[in-house]
Ligand binder design. Structure first.
Ligand code: SAH
Ligand code: SF4
Ligand code: F3S
Length: 485
């Protein structure tokens, strides 16, 4: 086991972080340094860890300084126009590094690579390699091709690839929380969304490999795993041999040959009561009561569900091809409130989707009043080439109206985020210490079960990775403040 230094930097609209440490089985040092920068969703960040692992096995070291790199990879996102624009701007900055070091290999990975394919090489001349999300095992060959003076592209999508056997090299890790990918791709055809085109068909990963990865993380000192998929509720694994897993309530379920998401949650939760389990993203059409009861039953499965609504209006939801309506969504919220009292709920909202009227926008606001979300990611609609909406509907809501509606949604969410935090003042909560707070090394920070950040003075007997009971005394707009009790 060799410890390596820093590797790359992460970027997306909501998060930025510095890499700390990575560990792994390195075969031979080839004297070359890799820099990876990631954009977009957690799946992309998780994929960068797979890429780092594949190249680590080829003897690459990683660096946090792209000027010191021999290979620069940028793992890209296509979800909105501005996500792509950010990547293009960043690529311009790498041009200078390439002028200084002509042997530098610049690769574009991820969703934008998949969307634009070899067109990328024409549009951005500095780019040497274009690799889609299912082709990372081919990276060593592709780099060889570039070393031989060619440009290299592999954007083949797969129906099977889950990288199940690859042990990700943890990037940007605090040694406590880790992402674990449980499936890839998406079979839903939400009309606004580019993901089914960039990530291909949905496929689930072998549950044994998921449990193995989570167990290894736990043994290394990690205390929280977030199970990742675009639609975790449709996780499904058909075992070729029976008895992949036995439920605690064997008489109810018997030998299981099909593992669904509720079963998988239970398998991961059983690793240790000290390992917290989170997951993202749930889809309102697929989240079952069985999943909710499983969350309620296990103390270490966190009471937090990200359930993107997108719009509160049934006509718009139909145009979006979300396959549920307002009433169905409210019914799912009622079920969460009934089965898991106190569960935190967050959402994604899109404003100004094609033909959305003012009244329909008001229904999104009234949905926010109904649910009182703890947290939300909110976006203006951005038309993506090739999607169903781009083909069928006109992107007819003017930018200033989209923006004004977004502002209203954001203002409402700020109110409810604060209300939800306020409601926790006076409670004693179990917090997993993640490290020092951003502002001071006299304070620790960590999250409670409901995923809210809690800051409290460092206690002598406690260190990151431990659980503490914290009395919440007050709140800022986004953080709970308390003391260990
Ligand atoms: N699989 C998840 C979401 C993945 S994309 C789900 O089904 O909910 C994350 C979020 O980006 C989406 O929930 C949506 O709110 C937003 N998004 C996706 N495409 C978009 C587009 N074309 N314009 C604006 N926002 C978009
Ligand atoms: Fe996109 Fe819909 Fe799939 Fe989410 S469920 S990734 S929004 S197509
Ligand atoms: Fe972006 Fe691809 Fe994720 S488009 S949101 S990086 S799946």
């Amino acid at each position: 086991m060799i410890d390596l230094g820093i590797t790359g930097k992460v970027h997306d609209e909501s998060r930025q972080g510095e890499a700390l440490l990575l560990e792994g089985n390195k075969k031979k040092n080839n004297g070359r340094k890799l820099y990876i920068e990631s954009y977009g969703c957690a799946m992309n960040f998780s994929d960068s860890e797979i890429v780092a692992s594949i190249l680590h096995d080829q003897g690459f070291e990683t660096t946090a300084d792209y000027n010191a790199a021999d290979v620069i990879f940028i793992n890209t996102c296509s979800i909105r126009e501005n996500a792509e624009q950010r990547v293009r701007n960043r690529l311009r900055e790498f041009t200078i590094a390439k002028v200084k070091n002509p042997g530098l290999v610049v690769g574009v990975l991820g969703c934008m690579a998949e969307r634009l394919k070899s067109k990328f090489l024409e549009e951005e001349r500095l780019v040497d390699v274009v690799v889609g999300p299912d082709a990372y095992r081919d990276l060593p060959n592709l780099i060889d091709q570039v070393d031989d003076g060619q440009k290299a592209v592999n954007v083949l999508l797969s129906r099977e690839e889950t990288y199940a056997d690859i042990s990700p090299v943890r990037l940007n890790s605090n040694g406590i929380n880790a992402f674990v990918s449980i499936m890839r791709g998406c079979d839903n055809m939400c009309s606004f969304c580019v993901v089914p085109f960039t990530r291909g068909r949905e496929r689930s990963r072998d549950p044994q490999s998921i449990v193995k990865e989570c167990t290894e993380l736990y043994n290394q000192g990690y205390r929280e795993v977030t199970l990742l998929g675009q639609n975790v509720d449709s996780y499904k694994w058909k075992s070729e041999s029976p008895k992949v897993w036995k439920s605690e309530s064997e008489e109810d379920l018997g030998d299981i040959q099909i593992v669904n998401f509720a079963n998988l949650l239970e398998m991961v939760a059983a690793i240790s009561p000290q390992l917290r389990v989170r997951f993202s993203t749930s889809h309102p059409k697929d989240i079952t009561d069985e999943v909710l009861y499983t969350i309620a039953k296990h103390e270490n499965i966190c009471n937090y569900i990200h359930l993107p609504v997108q719009s509160g209006n049934s006509r718009v939801l139909e145009l979006m091809n979300r396959t549920y309506d307002r009433e169905w969504y409210m019914g799912r919220i009622d079920a969460i409130r009934r089965i898991i009292p106190g569960c935190a709920i967050s959402t994604d909202v899109i404003t100004g989707f094609c033909s959305e009227t003012e009244e329909e926008h008001q229904e999104t606001l009234s949905m926010m009043d109904y649910v009182q979300y703890d947290f939300a990611y909110m976006f203006m609609y951005s038309e993506r080439p090739g999607t169903l909406a781009a083909k069928r509907y006109k992107d007819d809501i003017p930018e200033d109206i989209k923006r004004r509606r977004l502002k209203e949604v954001v203002a409402k969410q700020q109110e409810y985020s604060y209300v939800r935090l306020q409601s926790q003042v006076g409670q004693v909560q179990k917090v997993l210490i993640e490290g020092f707070s951003k502002k001071s090394d006299k304070d620790y920070c960590g999250r409670n079960d409901q995923n809210a950040m809690v800051v409290f003075p460092v206690g002598d007997d406690y260190k990151p990775g431990q659980y503490v009971n914290v009395l919440v005394e007050r709140t800022t707009t986004a953080t709970l403040i308390g003391t260990i009790c």
